[in-house]
Write a protein that binds this ligand. Structure first.
Ligand code: NAP
Length: 299
């Protein structure tokens, strides 16, 4: 039996599903969440609850984190009552949040001063993937720490890829995000074009989705767009956070990112209209506003 003590910080849309899967796999789990009510369902299942990130780190061998943005991870790990205040030498911190690659390298260096280890392990696959344990996990950091982390990552995801040293996991996640938004733009433009051309949109989707132009985005979000169902798998606000990270990293690298910056500005227009909490497939609305054409029908 695996007696490793693991702890999970951040029981949001993603963290909740991941922590449930770790519990289901039988691991010795402890949790902490800023909003205390989110730990109730875990406490009811017999999971230990920490008083703070520092408290959790002082009693765990492996600390998993899944919170929102770079300043949040910095606060949880390096801030007051943060992981670093309780951490013991040898402990491994696995960060599942999507944050800045540069900040990741800085956090790993601070943890190393305490002889603690870090892996950046951002995920893709949405809240459905987190709940079903089918996430893709992109890992940066020392390979021996990944070997140590593997049983827990395998409880959370299906495709686990070591892409390089600290920060490389976050860079791979940003590659993923460029692909997501540029594909989303293609789906939006294509459906608007089909609508303007008077095509039956469902038949058109069926005709193209399994050919060379097929994609997860087209198959999953295309039908949602036709139903005008804007419920989020991933919100515009969070997508925009990731695009900001893409633009910052591209600026540091000195490379142009035409598609990502165009989509960033289209989403900015939707945020200005108060649509930031809608799903990222609502990108089509920005093109609708510009063209005066509406795709699909009311649900
Ligand atoms: P979420 O539902 O908004 O949950 C965010 C979690 O972070 C909550 O537990 C929240 O605590 C906690 N948190 C945020 N700021 C904090 C702070 N300063 N101190 C302490 N706790 C803090 O977000 P999510 O969808 O789970 O996303 C989490 C991460 O996964 C993000 O980096 C996101 O980009 C990434 N991700 C999300 C998806 C997706 O489809 N949703 C997919 C892939 C990757 P409270 O409960 O107190 O608010």
């Amino acid at each position: 039996m695996d007696t490793t003590k693991i702890g999970f910080i951040g029981l949001g849309m993603m963290g909740r599903g991941m922590a449930h899967n770790l519990l289901k796999a039988g691991f010795n789990l402890m949790v902490w969440n800023r909003t205390a009510s989110k730990v109730d369902e875990f406490a009811a299942a017999g999971v230990k609850v920490a008083a703070s990130p520092a408290d959790l780190a002082s009693r765990r061998d492996i600390v998993l984190v899944c919170v929102s943005d770079t300043p949040d991870v910095e606060q949880i790990i390096l801030g007051e009552d943060g992981v670093i205040e309780g951490i013991r030498p040898g402990t491994l911190v696995i960060d599942h949040s999507t944050i800045s690659p540069r900040a990741t390298r800085r956090i790993a260096a601070r943890l190393a001063e305490k002889e603690a280890h870090m892996l950046d392990a951002p995920v893709s696959g949405g809240s459905e993937g987190a709940a079903n344990g089918t996430l893709s996990i992109m890992v940066g950091g020392p390979v021996e720490q990944l070997e140590r982390a593997m049983p827990y990552l395998q409880a959370e995801g299906k495709t686990i890829t070591h892409v390089g040293d600290h920060g490389a996991g976050q860079m791979a996640k940003l590659v993923n995000q460029i692909l997501v938004v540029v594909t989303q733009l293609g789906v939006s433009e294509a459906l608007l074009f089909a609508q303007a051309g008077g095509l039956d949109l469902e038949k058109t989707l069926d005709a193209v989705k399994d050919g060379a132009a097929g994609s997860w985005m087209l198959s999953n979000r295309g039908p949602q767009i036709l139903r005008r169902d804007w419920r989020p798998g991933f919100t515009i606000d969070l997508q925009q956070k990731d695009l900001r990270l893409v633009l910052e990293a591209a600026d540091e690298l000195g490379i142009p990112v035409f598609g990502a910056s165009l989509v960033f500005n289209l989403y900015r227009a939707l945020q200005a209209q108060g649509l930031g909490s809608e799903g990222n497939h609502a990108l089509v609305k920005a093109l609708e506003h510009i063209s005066g054409i509406e795709v699909g029908r009311e649900a």
